[in-house]
Design a protein around this ligand. Structure first.
Ligand code: CO
Length: 162
């Protein structure tokens, strides 16, 4: 296991659409384990997408405070419900938070580490993290959302970086 360095803007890998995981082999399992360790290296971290550690694969790890890691391989959002204004930051855009609109809840389909299909419905912070991480897998950063760039402010200690 290893804590991996985080890629930050303007690294072009963050803008690339990722490739689907074809086989959950040893290298993918090692990557997931390193991503989990990297996520837990700092308690403010909520989620991590593979491009943020330099690997352009459709894979993300999310962990909400006090809960187990959620590993999603080839995730897709199949349903979005509602809309709300949220504050958001990102490890790949260090030091800033901005405001944007996210869904109130999302339903995501993907595979777990065993290759089993999972369907997950998230609300609140989980819903926001799912949208944020799946955006990463499509080469999209939160600052790309309409109007967000104008709201950027310096990160305060109580803010979370997704
Ligand atoms: Co991010």
């Amino acid at each position: 296991m290893a804590v991996l360095p985080i890629r930050t803007v303007p690294d072009p890998i963050l803008r690339r659409k990722t490739k689907r995981v074809i086989s959950i082999d040893r290298s993918v399992k090692k990557l997931v384990s390193d991503m989990c360790e990297t996520l837990h290296a700092d308690e403010v971290r909520v989620g991590l997408a593979a491009p943020q550690v330099g690997i352009s694969l459709r894979l993300t790890v999310i962990c909400l405070p006090g809960e187990e890691d959620i590993i999603l391989i080839n995730p897709l959002i199949v349903r979005r419900k509602g809309e709300r204004l949220v504050s958001e930051g990102c490890l790949s855009v260090p030091g800033y938070v901005g405001e944007l609109h996210r869904a109130e809840s999302v339903t995501v389909k993907g595979l777990d580490l065993a290759g089993k299909e999972v369907r997950l419905k998230g609300e609140g912070l989980l819903s926001q993290a799912l949208e944020h991480e799946i955006d990463h897998l499509n080469g999209v950063l939160y600052i790309d959302h309409p109007g967000c760039a104008e709201t950027l402010r310096k990160l305060e200690p109580e803010d979370k970086e997704i």
